[in-house]
Design a protein around this ligand. Structure first.
Ligand code: IVH
Length: 672
């Protein structure tokens, strides 16, 4: 006989654990610390061990895993789990829409639902009267494997349905994709690397490998998650549309992807695809495309299916963003401040339509962290769709002659010693007249947003420095047409054009000039701030560190850097010669220099992955102002999820409104 008090305690513990679990995994809003949750779970397990008759299949204690199985049972799906036809470009998607409308004999826009196509594995989870009774993999679509014990260990999957909103249906077969979030995948692989175990090659394989474990205690230790995207057999509940399914499942505690969108007509669905594609890299999970589904279930039934794929849905696949290639060499580049950057030279491989053969490896720590050897096979991707990066090494493919990278002790360009200063991640060349540094400095000096010398490109700079024609910035202003015309690939005409461009660059602005000097830690924005604060270059050049630090955005490091730059006699001499050569500017600060100058931003609603303060700082750094309230003066409102009255007001005033995704697109080019 179990005492009533114990029965009650067990019941209360279960109730509380279910709720906390739901808040943690589904609402993303935990109420109690993890330690407290663990304490309650341990107490429940103690009581269940003492009174086994109290055990139930939906007890939260089931999440820790059960003793291993011999093999998985196969189980039939009462309604087959179909697969999807694929489309790869806008044209194929429009063709899909034409087919749908032809079959339905309509010219009207179809209402579709677009949702991320999660890269994991499909499961079907059965709830009978609200209790989880079976979890199965998709298998071949007709029969799958019974992975109930494993499914129970996934925190985001409720063991019993929440019934605060409505009573549970008699039966609900919920379908969804189990996946491993990228962060969890990284940590798992890191742990495996330390333990000398083979790493998973991507989150999808890791998710599949984790779910198909005969020992569910292993599954319990893996960071798995789920988004539900549909239903199989349902009794005691009726749905009219797919959208209704997506909105109803969460009421039972079954998470659906909040990024799903209802789209009026195929063009909206195509736009949704391109929006998601742009933010693909910023999401915490991998998607391999989107799924576009006809919303109305009545229309879905009319459309039916062919050869195991529904005619009412299509997967619009993303281009593969990761490819595999081999590291042939690691070279070292010298930047304008002498920082040595290791760069991987790889067998060229096409990633998202562009040929990739080089990727920065950042610094020695990064190479060590990723454990990159010359000769390794690696996964490369284009971060943010543009800059190539080495994601990770495929350890199992490491050739026997692969060799670790050793940072050079001397500069590969000038031979000066290389040092790593305490507290710095990077190695630096100490050579004061290192031509590589000089070349990089001149390139920066001449660049568009600095002195803007049209036509002074890398190849030309290389020659000018190598031939000793340019030893510092001021030398640029002494170049003559006949000197230039003697250089490779330079005719009289192009030499004259360059001299004209150099001449033209003399009329500049103080912020541009300060930016061009390449003072360590002083970028475009700070150059602007300094120019606004100091009426002349002379007064800036003599300002004490304390005076500099009175400026809001200037801390001790920047102040020290400015002081030591202007205290260096060589630098003062170059500045003198530049001005002597005729470089000049108006004293009025030229504030039109920054990309968002003149804009006034208001942020409202949630911005995924970014605090509001961070977003404000970002646009302010680009020259914009920010405000808290929407008024006529405001030029742009960034409206995230749950944006309320400010969004309304912006609409009524006809102010430009950006989604967080569109906002990210605008600032991404400047945020590196
Ligand atoms: S719907 C008939 N929605 O894609 C509809 N599938 O190729 C069939 N998947 O086996 C599935 N995210 O593993 C659907 N939001 C989503 C999905 C999704 C991922 C996977 C699932 C399925 C495969 C179909």
């Amino acid at each position: 006989m179990v005492p009533d008090g114990i029965k009650r305690e067990v019941e209360e513990l279960r109730e509380a654990l279910h709720t906390h679990n739901y808040r943690y995994y589904v609402l993303n809003d935990p109420e109690i610390p993890d330690a407290e949750y663990d304490r309650m779970l341990r107490r429940l397990m103690e009581l269940e061990a003492e009174y086994p008759e109290l055990m139930t299949p939906d007890s939260p204690s089931q999440r820790v895993g059960a003793p291993p199985l011999e093999a998985f049972e196969t189980v039939p799906h009462d309604l087959p789990m179909l697969s999807l036809a694929n489309g790869f470009d806008d044209g194929e998607i429009r063709e899909f829409d034409r087919r749908v409308r032809r079959m339905l004999k309509t010219d009207e826009d179809i209402i579709y639902v677009g949702e991320p196509k999660m890269d994991g594995l499909a499961v079907e989870i059965r709830y009978e009267n609200g209790i989880l009774t079976r979890g199965a993999t998709r298998g071949d679509g007709f029969t799958g494997e019974d992975v109930t014990a494993n499914i129970r260990t996934i925190g985001a999957i409720p063991l019993r349905l929440r019934t605060d909103a409505q009573p549970p249906p008699e039966r609900l077969d919920a379908r969804g994709e189990v996946f491993m979030p990228i962060e969890g995948f990284r940590r798992l692989n890191e742990r495996r690397r330390k333990e000398g175990l083979p790493e998973f090659s991507n989150p999808r394989n890791a998710a599949a490998g984790s779910l198909r474990q005969l020992d569910s205690r292993i599954t319990a230790s893996r960071p798995l998650d789920i988004y539900f995207y549909g239903v199989g057999v349902v009794t005691g509940l009726r749905f009219e549309s797919h959208w209704e399914i997506l909105k109803t499942l969460p009421k039972f505690g079954l998470k659906t992807n909040p990024r799903a969108r209802r789209c009026h007509g195929i063009e909206e669905a195509i736009a949704y695809y391109h929006d998601l594609l742009k933010i693909r890299e910023d999401l915490p999970y991998e998607m391999d495309g989107i799924v576009i589904k006809v919303n109305s279930l009545a229309l879905q039934r009319r459309l039916g299916e062919v050869s195991r794929s529904p005619r009412w849905a299509i997967a619009y696949k993303f281009p593969a963003s990761q490819e595999m290639t081999q590291i042939l060499d690691i070279i070292v580049q010298v930047g304008r401040t002498g920082v040595l950057t290791p760069v991987a030279v790889m067998k060229p491989v096409e990633v998202e339509g562009a040929l990739v053969s080089r990727a920065t490896l950042h610094n020695a720590d990064e190479i060590e962290r990723k454990d990159i050897h010359v000769g390794d096979w690696v996964i490369v991707q284009r971060a943010g769709g543009v800059i190539p990066e080495v994601v990770r090494v495929i350890r199992s493919k490491r050739p026997p002659d692969a060799r670790p990278f050793v940072f050079p002790e001397t500069c590969p360009v000038c031979g000066s010693p290389v040092v790593r200063l305490p507290g710095e991640a990077s190695h630096r060349c100490m050579g004061i007249s290192c031509p590589a540094q000089l070349k990089a400095k001149i390139r920066h000096f001449a660049s568009k947003r600095a002195m803007d010398i049209d036509g002074l490109g890398q190849k030309l700079i290389d020659q000018l420095v190598d031939k000793g024609l340019v030893k510092d910035f001021a030398d640029i202003y002494r170049l003559k047409v006949d000197e230039l015309a003697g250089l490779e690939r330079m005719a009289e005409k192009s030499a004259q054009n360059l001299v004209d461009a150099i001449e033209k660059s003399k009329a500049t602005t103080l912020p541009r000039f300060l930016h061009a000097l390449g003072i360590p830690l002083v970028g475009e924005h700070l150059a602007q701030v300094l120019a606004e604060r100091f009426s002349s270059l002379e007064s800036l050049m003599v300002a004490e560190e304390e005076t500099l630090m009175e400026i809001n955005e200037i801390g001790p490091r920047v102040a020290r850097s400015l002081r030591s730059f202007f205290d260096t006699p060589e630098n003062r001499e170059v500045i003198r010669r530049l001005r002597e050569a005729g470089v000049h500017w108006d004293t009025a600060p030229a504030s039109e220099d920054l990309p968002l100058t003149g804009e006034i931003f208001v942020f409202t609603g949630a911005l995924p992955g970014m605090t509001r303060d961070a977003a404000k700082a970002l646009v302010e750094n680009l020259g914009a102002q920010t405000a808290n309230q929407v008024s006529r003066k405001v030029t742009c409102v960034v409206a995230g999820e749950k944006a309320g009255s400010k969004l309304e007001k912006a609409r009524s005033l006809g102010i430009k409104i950006l989604t967080p995704e569109a906002f990210m697109d605008i600032i991404r080019p400047y945020s590196t």
